[in-house]
Design a protein around this ligand. Structure first.
Ligand code: ZN
Length: 264
């Protein structure tokens, strides 16, 4: 990794281009797309930001882009199924080698998040434009730095428990909704060398990515998820030699296979 963190903001970019009243409404909030809004909000000297969308060649993530990404942000909703499985394989591999992954809002059902979690990632939801209060339950976590103990989002889509994610997630934020539901809205994971953060606020019909607290969380998450030692090369896991003297009890290791090979 160079001196700057190389960030790629991936967005399926479908809702913002809808040819109906809803599309028009969303364009009013995100004229440059959700990815464009996030790129502006996150702009900083320590970040080198690019955006990628599903309609681009190789779904926006050809090797030269993915292999030069330290942290990948993912926003998707209605086009999850269109993402190539081979691309999901490549992203998974890179995360395991150290690339950070930040999954936003409806990205909870994306192929890559479900692959990394190994669970269904299902949850309850309701679109009633209700109020959400986000609580910082681990104020000492790097992603919570500069974020108030609690902040409100006036209108949001409700995401509620049970959220089917693995229990090894570290809960940084917890949300309460007007309708009474609660939700683990900011959860951090590690998968091999890669850091993963899921953050739920961000429904497309409300200006949630314009909220400075939400922007702060995502910016912190980018720095937290950036690989400290760069992306690792392919790992070799075999350890042939022992640190303590041992006599192998593996019968195969005691065979002189050279005679066998000669015979073949
Ligand atoms: Zn939504």
């Amino acid at each position: 990794m160079g001196s700057k963190i190389r960030v790629t903001i991936w967005n399926e970019f479908v809702h913002e281009r809808g040819n109906d009243k809803m599309g028009e409404w969303i364009r009013g909030i995100y004229p440059e797309g959700i990815h464009g809004c996030l790129a502006k909000a996150l702009a900083a000297d320590d970040l080198e930001i690019r955006t990628a969308t599903l309609d681009m060649p190789e779904q926006g993530l050809p090797a030269e882009v993915l292999d030069n990404t330290d942290v990948l942000l993912w926003w998707g909703h209605c086009a999850h199924a269109q993402v190539d499985d081979a691309l999901v394989d490549r992203i998974q591999e890179r995360v395991l080698h150290g690339m950070g992954l930040i999954v936003l809002h409806s990205g909870h059902m994306s192929k890559i998040f479900r692959r990394m979690m190994g669970t269904s990632c299902r949850l309850h939801w309701r679109e009633a434009g209700e109020r959400e209060r986000v609580w910082t339950v681990d104020p000492f976590h790097p992603i919570a730095q500069g974020v108030p103990e609690s902040f409100a989002i006036p209108h949001t889509e409700m995401y509620g428990e049970r959220f089917d994610i693995p229990q090894d997630g570290h809960i940084v934020f917890l949300s309460w909704y007007e309708g009474g539901n609660v939700f683990r809205s900011g959860v951090a994971f590690q998968r091999d060398a890669g850091h993963i953060f899921y953050f739920s606020p961000g429904h497309e019909t409300y200006p949630i990515y314009h909220d400075p607290n939400v922007q702060r969380v995502i910016g912190n998450a980018v720095r937290w998820a950036a690989p400290a030692n760069g992306i690792l090369p392919g790992r070799v896991t075999r350890q042939r030699d022992s640190l303590e003297p041992i006599t192998t009890r593996d019968p195969m290791a005691q065979l002189d296979t050279s005679e066998l090979h000669k015979a073949l």
